[in-house]
Design a binder for this molecule. Sequence first.
Ligand code: NAP
Length: 306
Amino acid sequence: MISIIGSGKVGSAVGFLCGSFSLDNIVLINRYEKKAIGEALDISNAIPESSSISITGTSDYSKIKDSKVVVVTASSGVHLQSRTEIMYDQAKMIQKIASNIAKYAPDAKILMITNPVDVLVYVIQKEASFSSKNVIGVASNLDSSRFRYLLAQEFGTNQSKIQDAIVMGEHDDTMVPIFSRVKYDGKPVTDLLDDAQISKITLDVRNYWKYLRDYKGHSAFGIAKNTFDIINSIIKDETLDVPASVLLDGQYGLSDVCVGVPLTINKNGVVKIHQIEITQNEKESLSKSADTVKNNIAKVLEFLKN
Ligand SMILES: NC(=O)c1ccc[n+]([C@@H]2O[C@H](COP(=O)([O-])OP(=O)(O)OC[C@H]3O[C@@H](n4cnc5c(N)ncnc54)[C@H](OP(=O)(O)O)[C@@H]3O)[C@@H](O)[C@H]2O)c1
């Protein structure tokens, strides 16, 4: 079973993909039950005729019992300038959600979507002492898709010509697009782009969500598909290599912090954290990014104590 907490724009888009691809039974949980019931009724009509899965909406957490995957998309409000803007309210909300997941689905693989995602991966995991291999922050794969798209635009080509575009680090202003590994048609992009182009693309990847905010108010489809791919790998036990946020324990010289790094995922959650080769500059940027997340984690933990 797949449970999705939060039936807003992202939660309903994830539910729609899982339902229309008939992945597994789905439970939608929302603070106000009506919205969850309504989304479930709508998504039910997208389930293929031959499928035996069902989707229900509720505010009752006992219905998530024994879920294989719990996707957290609930949000206590909207951020406008930075994803850390409402982090204290989000952390308080996640604290309650964590206790419900621990009570009803303690062995579930938890996919955190709610922002600030890296901080909240840490909070939810520590709050309920979940195994770190079971808690994954979904964002760096979305950022990597954006990076790939922007590079394709820059070269006037399509995305299939861009290989190994990975973004690491925080899912916010300090994220680190790893230019040193990307190839365009087999050629290193660092041989094809000048410093000004690299700086512009870096800024554009970091600010992509702001362009979306200005055009359509929010982002939903990109994150939904990137989340669906991870759910699919867990439910079907298909190995997936993907950058995502996880608790680090010495990898890249970083500990006790969650940031996006390349992972291998399957039905057992995170089965490998890859330590890929990156340049000294990229390592330093990743380290700064992790420091930013660490500072925010410390502030949130202090707030939650009171
Ligand atoms: N990781 C990423 O890359 C990424 C990408 C896009 C968005 N996001 C994040 O995903 C989150 C959701 O975005 P969205 O656009 O879907 O927001 P949204 O449309 O406002 O939906 C949030 C939903 O959460 C529900 N909710 C609030 N408190 C809850 C609680 N305690 N328990 C259960 N449900 C609760 C709300 O319910 P009611 O309104 O009915 O009260 C609402 O349906 C945000 O934090 C956003 O920043 C992350």
